[in-house]
Design a protein. Structure first.
Lengths: 298, 272
């Protein structure tokens, strides 16, 4: 190899100098936040295709197939109505309790199922993560989109229930769309957050259902929100700013004529809802990005 | 330790290319230590787990394995490099580190572009049809939807899964392990990679597919990429790689022309 030394300009360099001379990068290095967002945008087709694929795959073993997208929320609503409407008779002071309950239930379920699926969005896709390189945020984001598609199906059911139970169709209904979009951004942020947590600690999967149930009781889904007025002042304030209660109240305000609301001011509802979406969306994205090089290792 | 061999014929062949040798992977004294969860091996009672949580210590059933102990080499554009060695010698570990999936504890690994690791374990969505998995896999590699639509049929043809009836439209869970591995290889090989890392993938599949995939690896190499191949099948290393690195317990035992390294490795394996 003596003659090679005369020709090769790389001779005598250490490995690190050689790498620097040819502009190689350290394997598995985390890109900057801007670069990461740019790459993620380049992967938008993958995110959409993956979300669709998951939706199709989720019912591929069921005989009734995609019909379950509608049947699941319907059955859910029926069970809760039986317990809280008929057995416990919570519907005394709420006009149109069925519509009140189903609105709360479907809106809450949107976030709940997104978070439960998001906790596993990294850990259940390790094969894909270890095989191919793509911005990992694609996975939790496609989980959020899958849940949004499911939500659209359950919204059809909801609109049906609300109309059948005698609510009029008004201009206020248009508010539902921006409210759902804000909630979707909020969900995306929370899903990114729990996806990173769930990638490290698989115990989270066991704890999550309890957290979600507690959250549900604090969001006035199953009973009248006027019950929260009996709490001490600070607790009522806490519940008032609960993001899920806010999104549920926005939906109830849009769809129902006489539903009891905890938040009197509509402006405040919108501001809090938008604020939560912003905080969760940006915070969740940054938190997830900071763990980018850890996913799939171990 | 690294043995260098002065084979006059090989040396002059590489010399003509020396001027434009561009490194694609530079491994600089890499050490890789990873933690292994041994499963239920004592100290798994709830009380013990709680005590660990309080004291913030690691579970006793986690052991550290020093898998790669200071490996240095440089791979150049246009090379196909075989990695051989007995089980547990660190071949797959170093491959995953080059892919950026495992951190190095000491030293560094520099790469050009993003190396892609192609392993037998790479799972796609088993509930979906082969066709859909092709689309998804291509998009996941960052291909544009238009290119995916153009190449999808070619990928399925290459994998040969349709040789016995229309399997491409069936869910992947109905595939045999060989068919699934072939489809995965075909997807990954559809894109030009700067650095392609293949882990035992060629060992699966029938003779016809192996011929096609060896041909494809050669094409990928000519497309200015570098290919790493981990395999226990010395014949497929011999057929595709002109350079081979022999790893033994986390160290490079030999690095040189495939024929010589394999001869030495076979002598070593037989003497054991």
């Amino acid at each position: 190899m003596a003659t090679t030394a005369l020709v090769d300009p790389d001779t005598g360099l250490t490995q690190a100098q050689l790498a620097a001379r040819h502009g190689l990068r350290v394997a598995g290095e985390r890109p900057s936040l801007v670069e990461y967002s740019r790459r993620l945008w380049a992967y938008r087709h993958f995110i959409a295709a993956y979300a669709n694929a998951k939706l199709v795959a989720s019912y591929s073993n069921a005989k009734l197939g995609q019909l379950w997208q509608v049947l699941t929320p319907l059955t859910n609503a029926a069970v809760y109505y039986l317990i809280f409407g008929v057995v416990l008779a919570q519907n005394d002071n709420i006009p149109n309790f069925i519509a009140y309950l189903t609105t709360g239930l479907f809106i809450f379920n949107f976030t709940q199922s997104a978070i439960l699926a998001g906790t596993q969005s990294i850990s259940s896709n390790l094969g894909l993560i270890r095989a191919l390189h793509f911005p990992r945020a694609s996975l939790p984001l496609s989980t959020t989109i899958t849940q949004f598609q499911q939500l659209l199906a359950s919204m059809v059911v909801l609109v049906g229930i609300v109309l059948v139970t005698g609510e009029p169709l008004t201009w206020k209904w248009l508010m539902l769309l921006p409210a759902l979009l804000l909630q979707a951004v909020f969900n995306a942020g929370v899903v990114l957050f729990v996806a990173r947590l769930g990638a490290k600690a698989s115990d989270l999967k066991q704890v999550m259902p309890f957290i979600m149930r507690t959250w549900m009781y604090g969001s006035g889904v199953l009973y009248s929100v006027s019950l929260f007025d009996r709490l001490p002042g600070w607790a009522t304030t806490l519940v008032q700013y609960n993001p899920l209660l806010v999104y549920i109240e926005l939906a109830r305000y849009a769809l129902l004529e006489e539903a009891p609301l905890l938040n009197e001011s509509l402006t405040q509802l919108w501001l809090v809802g938008a604020g939560w979406a912003l905080v969760a969306g940006i915070g969740g994205f940054i938190y997830f990005w900071r763990g980018e090089q850890e996913y799939g290792r171990g | 330790m690294v043995d260098h061999f002065d084979a006059p014929v090989e040396a002059s062949a590489t010399m003509t290319r020396t001027q434009e040798r561009i490194p694609t992977v530079v491994v600089d004294d890499a050490h890789i230590i990873y933690r292994v969860h041994q499963g239920a091996a004592g100290g798994t009672t709830p009380v013990a787990a709680l005590r660990r949580l309080v004291k913030r210590t690691h579970a006793p059933n986690v052991r550290e394995v020093h898998a790669v102990k200071g490996v240095s080499f440089t791979a150049y554009r246009g090379e196909a490099i075989g990695l051989i060695g007995s089980n547990g010698s660190g071949k797959s570990t170093i491959l995953r580190a080059i892919a950026g999936l495992l951190p190095v504890n000491r030293g560094a690994i520099h790469t050009q572009g993003q190396p892609s690791l192609l392993g037998v374990n790479a799972a796609l969505l088993n509930d979906l049809s082969g066709e859909r998995n092709v689309t998804l896999g291509c998009l996941a590699m960052g291909m544009h939807p238009d290119d995916v639509a153009k190449q999808a049929a070619g990928i399925i043809d290459f994998s040969g899964i349709n040789e016995r009836g229309d399997f491409a439209s069936l869910p992947m869970r109905t595939y045999s392990s060989g068919m699934a591995a072939r489809l995965r290889f075909s997807i990954a090989a559809a894109k030009k990679h700067d650095v392609l890392l293949i882990d035992e993938a060629l060992a699966t599949g029938d003779k016809g597919f192996r011929k096609r995939s060896e041909q494809r690896v050669r094409e990928l190499r000519e497309g200015a990429g570098t290919v790493f191949l981990v395999s226990h099948q010395l014949s497929s290393v011999r057929d595709t790689c002109e350079r081979t690195i022999w790893l033994e317990s986390g160290l490079i035992r030999m690095d040189g022309p495939t024929d010589e390294v394999i001869r030495a490795y076979e002598a070593y394996a037989n003497s054991k």
